[in-house]
Write a protein that binds this ligand. Structure first.
Ligand SMILES: Nc1nc2c(c(=O)[nH]1)N[C@H]1C(S)=C(S)[C@@H](COP(=O)(O)OP(=O)(O)OC[C@H]3O[C@@H](n4cnc5c(N)ncnc54)[C@H](O)[C@@H]3O)O[C@H]1N2
Ligand code: MOO
Length: 410
């Protein structure tokens, strides 16, 4: 068992247990946020035909030379092409086709003049400006040529991915299966949110915050009822949770107190302990075990500490199991907007709100940094990564921040 290891080492150990667990084929309408389990090669071009980007007339550009407001050129209109139609005939010199935005450009035409630069006179059209070949002409395959690998296995499915799949006529798509992750809170002081809260007791909030984080990271949370500090009962639950799920995450009972049993219970459940204590604050006493290739991660009971270690340690692992190729959180440099007076003995992940202003990221600590202070997570969209041994931080100082989600930066 490793002890007091750097965060990156702990992530690397967990990453060894990130085997994807198969795929589902689902309707594309349900695929947002899932991860592609297939490469998508375009079977036809997008757009599938040469098309007009505006309402006007398809012409031969060479027929329009020297056309102007004063000296318009007259062409015979040989057809009307609406979106969804096929051209009835080609264009030859002296002819134009009235065409709608999105309609196929007829063979022979090499430019489109917009309707505002023309005037229809019975079956003829006057052109008031001259065109070059290719003007207002969208080529077949301009967006994506046939045969291109446009999407690859391991990509996150975004609205744009769904749009592209639909443009290719795909109704369903193969996605990685989402790992089932058991969430279990441990502590004599806990009561469920559906129970009366006696004095000295607190509601089990970790179960819900961690379950939501599991969903956010691409997993399926399986919440279990909280359990008391009893080593045999915890060991029994760890084992049964592990049999029913791909991974188990617990909170509470990982420190050095008389009733902190999770370490011992991991051993009692027959799992190997991989490490205990990671060199970050908050969340230091995280413990990790493995049985039959499945992980048990015991997080601190302190609500903010548990959430932060989840982001730093578990999220990349779950994302990898969910098939995602790109799992690293972006790091940027930000300017401190408030001082932080404490020295950081250990590497500290400080909760902060980061925003973009006048060409720089700015960071403001998002509240009290006590490991149990959940309110500080409300405005927290980033963590300031303060190296161990660093002294207080001053206003204006540059710091490294880890963005928890670029989407949260407003
Ligand atoms: N003598 C020492 N004491 C502590 C040390 C140490 O090194 N020496 N480490 C501290 C650090 S750091 C942390 S972090 C905590 C971790 O403690 P545990 O994981 O054993 O957590 P608990 O004691 O069970 O709970 C801590 C705190 O969080 C509350 N809690 C627990 N579960 C939940 C839940 N499901 N929902 C909401 N809140 C919860 C609990 O009531 C406690 O207040 O240990 C330090 N101690
Ligand atoms: O490592 Mo613990 O969560 O800070 O106090």
């Amino acid at each position: 068992m490793y002890r007091d290891i750097p965060l990156e080492e702990a992530v690397a150990i967990l990453m060894k247990y990130t085997k994807p667990i198969g795929f589902d084929e689902i309707d594309i309408i349900d695929a947002l946020g899932r991860v592609l389990n297939e490469n998508i090669i375009t079977s036809f071009s997008l757009p599938p035909f040469n098309r007009s980007p505006l309402d006007g007339y398809a012409v031969i550009a060479e027929d329009t030379i020297s056309a102007s407001k004063e000296q318009p050129i007259l062409l015979r209109v040989n057809q009307n092409i609406f979106a969804g139609d096929l051209p009835l005939r080609p264009i030859v010199s002296g002819e134009a086709a009235a065409i709608a935005t999105g309609a196929p450009i007829p063979p022979g035409a090499n430019a489109v003049i917009k309707i505002e630069d023309t005037q229809l006179v019975e079956d003829n059209v006057l052109l008031f400006s001259q065109l070059k070949p290719g003007d207002n002409f969208i080529n077949q395959g301009d967006d994506v040529p046939a045969g291109e690998q446009i999407l690859s296995k391991g990509m996150l499915i975004t609205p744009a991915v769904i749009g592209l799949l639909a443009s290719l006529g795909r109704k369903t798509v193969k996605v990685f299966k989402r790992p089932k992750v058991a969430a279990l809170s441990i502590g004599d002081e806990l009561v469920g949110i559906d129970e009366p809260r006696a004095p000295g007791k607190i509601y089990n909030s970790n179960l819900y915050a961690i379950s939501a984080q599991i969903t956010e990271a691409g997993g399926v949370p399986v919440p279990y009822r909280n359990t008391v500090d009893d080593k045999n009962q915890i060991a029994f639950l760890l084992d049964s949770c592990l049999q029913e799920n791909d991974m188990v995450i617990t909170t509470g009972g990982v420190s050095v107190g008389k009733r902190d049993y999770v370490k011992e219970s991991i051993t009692l459940s027959g799992a190997n302990t991989l490490f205990w204590k990671v060199n970050i604050k908050p969340g230091t006493p995280v413990v990790c075990g493995e049985k039959n290739g499945r992980l048990i991660v015991g997080l601190s009971g302190n609500p903010a500490a548990a959430m932060i270690t989840f982001y730093m340690l578990i999220r990349p692992v779950l994302q990898k199991i969910s098939g995602l190729q790109q799992v690293n959180l972006p790091h940027v440099t930000a300017i401190m907007e408030e001082p932080f007076t404490k020295k950081s003995k250990q590497r500290r992940m400080m909760r902060a709100n980061v925003y973009w202003k006048n060409g720089y990221y700015h960071a403001v600590p998002s509240g009290t940094q006590s490991p149990g202070a959940l309110k500080s997570m409300l405005q927290c969209n980033a963590l300031i990564d303060i190296p161990g041994g660093k002294g207080p931080l001053n206003i204006g100082e540059e710091v490294k921040v880890i963005l928890l989600s670029p989407n949260y930066i407003l």
